[in-house]
Design a protein around this ligand. Structure first.
Ligand SMILES: *Cc1c(COP(=O)(O)O)cnc(C)c1O
Length: 389
């Protein structure tokens, strides 16, 4: 090489050096598609960065792997693989552990897009899909077929909030050689110890409580042993879903305040749930920490706390129009999907066509944020009062 490079070359290959030795509390955001190798012989395309070292940006930069190991540490699993969203984590689990001819069991209370993936994609690829009542407990045994491979759980279930007897179902599943996967998003991966209760694979939408501020999309899958990790990682490599290091950096920041956010949200949400149970407009409050919630006993036995999402069911006689108007009339509670941020949210649902409890179109799901409890009560009260107009 000539002694002095052209300035155009310097743009790419600089000899300038910034001072070293910066010590910060924040994990740096490492961006990168290309990963450099010292020699051609050292170059490889292995996906398992713990074994092979870093090989390619798709398998995670140090920012993503820092988030992965920290989720894994919290959940007490063997390894964690990140996905670009909770739903991507769900589809990755299905694609990794199911093949044509297998049967998958899913609770009626599952997160909606999970059900749609099973109906619209898994069935197209020759996987048998069937649904079971979420509170079936050991009765799950009668739903198994000779080809059942995977048992989905989600506890509490989306919107209808049934808390499942996961340890009892896992025991029966393992006797039948069935893998148990749990969507542990509501518990933020920390309020329910999935692996201690017999689960093989857990996932969460990090979009929710880990991110915590409604400004990122990420998911995680954590497995309990090397065999599951190999199957998951090998499939993930070929599907090619990469996560953004910037989003991972935000998730790492969100994670630091998870404990204080969850504590404040739990307190506020439970107080509101108790208060809502006293309202004459409301037939039932579906909050896992209240005895009125299906599976409350399992929550009490298995969980170490509750988070901020629960549902209320209006008394019979309230029309769909009235329930919709109630939600529309809320001011602090915003209308939108994706909960677990700092802003309270409300959404009305309609289960007339599903095999779910007979709540019809009288069910509203609330996400409690970090606003003052008194102001949230005032907001709900004014929306109740306007129903009388
Ligand atoms: C939101 C949610 C997901 C999906 O997460 P995204 O990051 O929005 O894709 C999966 N499961 C549950 C229970 C959820 O609430």
């Amino acid at each position: 090489m000539k002694a002095s490079k052209d300035w155009k070359t310097k743009l790419i290959h600089s000899d300038a050096k910034a001072p070293e030795g910066f010590a910060s509390l924040a994990t740096p955001v490492y961006r990168g598609s290309t990963v450099l190798f010292k020699t051609v012989n050292a170059a490889n395309e292995e996906w398992d960065q713990y074994e092979a070292g870093y090989t390619y940006g798709v398998y995670g930069t140090p920012t993503a792997l820092e988030l992965a190991v920290r989720i894994c540490e919290l959940e007490g699993g063997y390894r964690t693989i990140l996905a670009p969203g909770g739903q991507a984590a769900i589809s990755l689990v299905n694609l990794s552990f199911l093949k044509a001819g297998d049967h998958v069991l899913i609770p009626e209370s599952i997160y909606g897009p999970n059900r749609k993936f099973a109906n619209n994609v898994l069935r197209r690829f020759g996987v048998e899909v069937s649904y079971y009542p979420p509170n079936v407990g050991t009765g799950i045994a009668s739903h198994f077929r000779a080809n059942t491979r995977l048992l989905w759980c989600e506890s509490p279930g989306s919107i209808t909030m049934e808390v499942q007897d996961v340890p009892a179902m896992a025991e029966v599943a393992h006797k039948a050689g069935v893998l148990v996967v749990l969507d542990n998003t509501w518990a933020a991966g920390v309020l329910f110890d999935a692996f201690a209760h017999g689960v093989d694979i857990t996932l969460q939408a990090l979009t929710k409580y880990i991110g915590g501020h409604s400004d990122l999309l990420l998911g995680s899958i954590t497995v309990k042993n090397p065999d599951l990790y190999q199957k998951l990682g090998a499939t993930n490599q070929l599907i090619g879903c990469a996560v953004s290091p910037d989003d991972c950096s935000l998730a790492l920041r969100g994670m630091k305040t998870l404990a204080v956010r969850l504590a404040a949200i739990e307190k506020s949400a439970f107080a509101l749930a108790q208060w809502l149970a006293t309202r004459t407009e409301i037939e039932i409050v579906l909050h896992p920490a209240l005895p009125s919630c299906p599976g409350h006993g399992c929550w009490k036995r298995d969980f170490t706390g509750s988070s901020g999402v629960f549902s209320i069911v209006f008394r019979r006689g309230y029309s769909k129009q009235q329930v919709t108007a109630f939600v529309d009339n809320l001011e602090l509670f915003k209308i939108g999907y994706s909960w677990a941020g700092v802003t309270s949210l409300a959404m009305a649902y309609d289960f007339v066509s599903d095999k779910r409890p007979d709540y019809g179109s009288r069910i509203v799901r609330l996400n409690i944020g970090l606003e003052s409890l008194e102001d949230l009560k005032i907001d709900l009260t004014q929306a109740f009062e306007r129903l009388r107009d």
